[in-house]
Ligand binder design. Structure first.
Ligand code: NOJ
Length: 758
């Protein structure tokens, strides 16, 4: 395929260059808006519709195979100016060649914008986004997105389809790995940090790229966690949980693009939903960038039962405010006719094209269409040494110490003393690809530092694989075999554990078991890993379980029996170094869960900020809201995460003398022997409201470090922004009355009090 792409580049391009002039940047004073108007006035209807058309490249696909992926036609269309953007074409040289074809051979020479899913790095990979979210460190997250933008922009990319700001409460959904977890407050802050990292301070610089808040809206609420499934949420959840991270990305992050979603919302597909895209996003929030459809989501309105055919689907999407068509071919085929038939007004087309051109101007593409196509820079920036440092920092900060109880010799297993002899068991310990995680289009297999490589720098160890994790055929990532049954390695692993004092078991999901299209109904350890864990435990209870996974797992047996559990997600390029540094105490873990870990998959969706029911309290008999076979509580709560030191909370105070700024403070002391970082979290509960409010809502957090025995006063300020909520008409209101407040180390542990908002 790639070859076809080069074959079509001919000398003809150079000949045409003489007669066609680029739309040059006018006098500097001219605002971008004026330039857009000037250009728009020169465009034919076909050329306008062309800007609204996005094609996939010719060799990577990040969705179902394009039904009409005839490369030859695509080149013709590019030369006619019928394509505004392409996705999945990368490499400074490849991008330059395609850009040149369009700039030199199309009538107006409007440059393409090149999109790619740059989700947690391009070559150098940071942890998966859910892992990064566990750091609660907004500056580190911003820097991580910056690193991703620097590498991606060096391969010609000027637009990433990230961040995903979908809130999700269901660990069965494979795409939870791509977001910031279950909480809208944390999710909004992280979304803004990511947008700022991608877009930087100057979008026209050659190392910044346009971001895209996705998937607008509700995609994270796919029923039963099955990807692409029906979404059916109430208005209050829409306004208070789903929309806030998008609003923040638009208003605080100035995100340049938004991607709509595959799902329906109240029976109307998000892609054809004017209420979402026009009324809320563009009118209410003042979003002035453009909306791209998700892959094929325009044509998917046909199977949704909302459009009879592609023409009707294109009409709905354009009227509803979807500005660019990704891989449905609906706009190119039908929009011109739809305008001529009066079914879509030319004003709507103009509005979409204005938005797209504006972003292209802002990216600096009209000044220099090849701004991002510098092969020397590409060589220099990919896997840049500075990026290893940033990725390592982010990886360490993303690790969550879930449990660290005394083991059989009565002392805590972690951290290990330097040089301590350990046995290591588990295929993932020796894996240099899986820890890179899902959604890593630009990266190279085998580039993660494995756990074994990381440990080598600290100690001699003995190793046994024990069992396969179910790696699956690499060329068919979707076919990851989760049912591996081979136990032939058990004997060796158990024998090794028997003669060792301490065992590190590295278990979990392969990197490709989460991500798009990777929903699971069983969120335990895949394959025979649970059996391996129990077999090893039978001979040696001193186990440190290092988990690698792209979603919360339900591991009740491990939580009950294994003394120490370290959650490492898929940490990216620097995995092994980060894990070894934490195990040997060179980095004191500071991560906190951004998503609840259930005890059983049957509890999903499970989230800390749920509502009360009318029967919340335990009754002697069955008639209260509970399960008869499992507790209501998660295994590990939202916000949970331990440290190698202990933080003591005291002196909880609420100062409500000024109702516009309620001050809440605590004193936190590091009572242990080592320095550590803590994330103090503030939760509110609006006790009685005109629309029932959740039992707890995160409304503030602060991450800081304390030396041994050091104390600090942590003060939070609550204003209307934190105390109010959206009513069922989408109006933000603040109601007087009683509020419970808690400040603590997780969503379930802290000091609390109340005040009345007058
Ligand atoms: C489909 C995914 O839902 C979306 O997030 C992604 O950006 C596009 N494919 C393009 O790869």
């Amino acid at each position: 395929m790639k070859k076809i792409f080069y074959l079509t580049m001919g000398m003809g391009a150079a000949l045409l260059l003489a007669s066609i002039s680029l739309p040059k940047q006018d006098a500097a004073k001219d605002s971008i808006d004026q330039k857009v108007e000037t250009l728009l006035a020169k465009m034919t209807l076909e050329e306008k519709v062309g800007q609204m058309n996005q094609y996939n490249g010719f060799y990577d696909a990040t969705g179902p195979a394009p039904s009409e992926g005839n490369a030859k036609n695509k080149f013709e269309h590019l030369k006619k100016g019928w394509v505004g953007s392409v996705l999945n074409v990368r490499g400074a040289k490849e991008v330059r060649e395609l850009q040149k074809m369009v700039v030199e051979e199309s009538r107006l020479g409007i440059p393409l914008i090149f999109g790619l899913d740059v989700i947690h790095g391009h070559k150098t990979l940071a942890p998966i986004p859910l892992g990064e979210a566990a750091s609660w460190d907004l500056e580190a997250i911003r820097k991580s997105a910056r690193m991703a933008a620097v590498e991606a922009s060096a391969v010609g990319i000027n637009w990433t389809f990230g961040p995903m700001v979908d809130i999700s409460r269901d660990a069965r959904w494979g795409r939870v790995m791509e977001g910031a977890g279950e909480d809208p407050y944390l999710g909004a802050k992280i979304g803004v940090a990511r947008v700022k990292g991608f877009q930087g301070d100057d979008l026209a610089a050659n190392n910044t790229i346009a971001a895209c808040a996705k998937h607008f809206a509700g995609y994270g609420f796919a029923e039963a966690g099955r990807d692409y499934n029906t979404v059916d949420v109430g208005t209050s959840t829409l306004y208070n949980v789903i929309l806030p991270p998008f609003k923040a990305a638009v208003q605080q992050g100035d995100v340049k693009t938004v991607m709509n979603a595959f799902n329906i919302l109240n029976g109307i597909p998000a892609t054809g939903n004017a209420f979402l895209q026009r009324e809320i996003l563009k009118e209410k929030w003042g979003f002035d960038g453009f909306v791209v459809s998700d892959w094929g989501s325009i044509m998917e309105m046909i199977p949704h039962g909302f459009a009879a055919d592609l023409k009707e689907a294109a009409m709905h999407a354009a009227n509803a405010g979807s500005d660019m068509d990704m891989e449905s071919y609906g706009y190119l085929k039908h929009l011109v006719d739809l305008v001529k038939e009066g079914k879509v007004t030319e004003d709507k087309i103009d509005d979409a094209v204005r938005r797209i051109l504006k972003v292209k101007y802002e990216l600096g593409l009209f000044n220099n269409p090849y701004l991002y196509c510098d092969e020397a820079r590409e060589k220099e920036m990919l896997y840049h040494a500075d990026h290893y440092e940033d990725a390592l920092d982010m990886a360490r900060k993303s690790i969550v110490l879930l449990k660290n109880n005394p083991a059989s010799n009565k002392s805590k297993l972690l951290p290990f003393e330097k040089g301590k002899k350990i046995a290591v068991i588990g295929a993932l310990a020796d894996d240099k690809t899986s820890p890179l995680g899902s959604w890593r289009i630009g990266s190279d297999d085998g580039t993660a530092v494995s756990v074994l490589e990381g440990l080598k720098e600290y100690t001699d160890f003995t190793y046994a694989k024990g069992a396969n994790v179910a790696l699956g055929a690499p060329e068919f990532q979707q076919q990851v075999d989760i049912n591996t049954t081979d136990k032939s390695g058990f004997g060796e692993a158990v024998a090794l554990a028997k003669k060792s004092e301490t065992v590190v078991m590295v278990l979990g999901e392969h990197g490709f078991m989460s991500g798009e299209g990777r929903s699971r109904t069983d969120i335990g350890l895949p394959g025979v890993q649970q059996e391996l864990l129990e077999a090893v435990y039978a001979v040696n209870k001193n186990i440190v379980l290092v988990l690698m996974n792209g979603r919360p797992l339900a591991l009740p047996w491990a939580a009950e029996h294994v003394p120490a559990i370290v959650e490492t997600w898929h940490l990216g390029t620097q995995s092994g170094h980060a894990i070894a540094q934490v195990l040997f105490g060179d980095y004191n873990p500071s991560g906190k869960l951004p998503m609840s870990f259930p005890r059983s998959v049957g509890q999903c969706p499970i989230y800390y900020n749920h509502y009360s029911t009318g029967r919340p309290d335990e009754e002697a008999f069955v008639f209260w809201s509970h399960y008869i076979d499992e507790s209501n509580d998660p295994m590990y709560a939202f916000g949970h995460g331990l440290s190698y030191t202990d933080f003591e909370y005291s002196d909880f105070k609420i100062d409500d003398t000024n109702p516009a700024e309620i001050k809440v403070s605590v004193v936190v002391k590091n009572k242990g022997k080592v320095a550590g970082e803590e994330v103090s979290q503030l939760y509110i509960h609006d006790k009685v409201a005109s629309v029932a409010r959740p039992v707890k809502e995160l409304k503030g957090f602060e991450k800081y470090s304390l030396e041994s025995q050091e104390s600090k006063i942590i003060t939070f300020t609550l204003t209307e922004a934190e105390l109010g909520f959206y009513d069922n008409q989408g109006k933000f209101i603040v109601e007087p009355g009683m509020f419970d407040i808690m400040v603590g180390t997780s969503s379930i542990k802290g000091l609390s009090g109340s005040f009345e908002l007058k």
